[in-house]
Design a protein around this ligand. Sequence first.
Ligand SMILES: [Ca+2]
Length: 190
Amino acid sequence: MWSLSAFALVLPGLVGAQSIKPNTVTGACPAGWFDPDFVDGLGCLLFNDTHHMGWLDAARACQGDHGGSLLKIATPQQKAFVAMELEIVWTNTNSPYWWVGATDINHEGLWVWPDLSPVDRFVWYHNQPDQGLSSNAGYLAARHGGDMYDLPVTDSYAFICQREREEADQPASGSGSHLRRPSNGLSSDQ
Ligand SMILES: [Ca+2]
């Protein structure tokens, strides 16, 4: 069983980042969420492979159960970090594909993130997106350096949630009991 906390322990050493931690970061991530505070703008991340699901259900799960949204990748630095994470996660989970927040479900060919900002070219694999009307959501392929592909929203995959850090004056215990578990997951029924 893969544990979020297990790989979270690996990363500060890889990045050696305490000295470059931006001093603008305040607050904390809920328990069970990964805290990449050395990568500007990523907030808190939850790599969820407990339940594979369609893109719309994954988006609802991130929003409803976790108070966030599917992951937005805003910069090449963020992409490089997430790709590195996926390499680690992939070897522990058998989940090579992960839904993120990119979609053109509202307007074919117009790809946007959950906040409606445009999806930049650097996120995609070189020949993507290429599936037109049949495929309206993006997943990251761990086996291809975390590059993104367009897939049908009805396909079931693991997914990456993202949320803002909690306010600095609030306890970092999370708002739901499912967030306090050391491993990630949507529910405790498995
Ligand atoms: Ca499409």
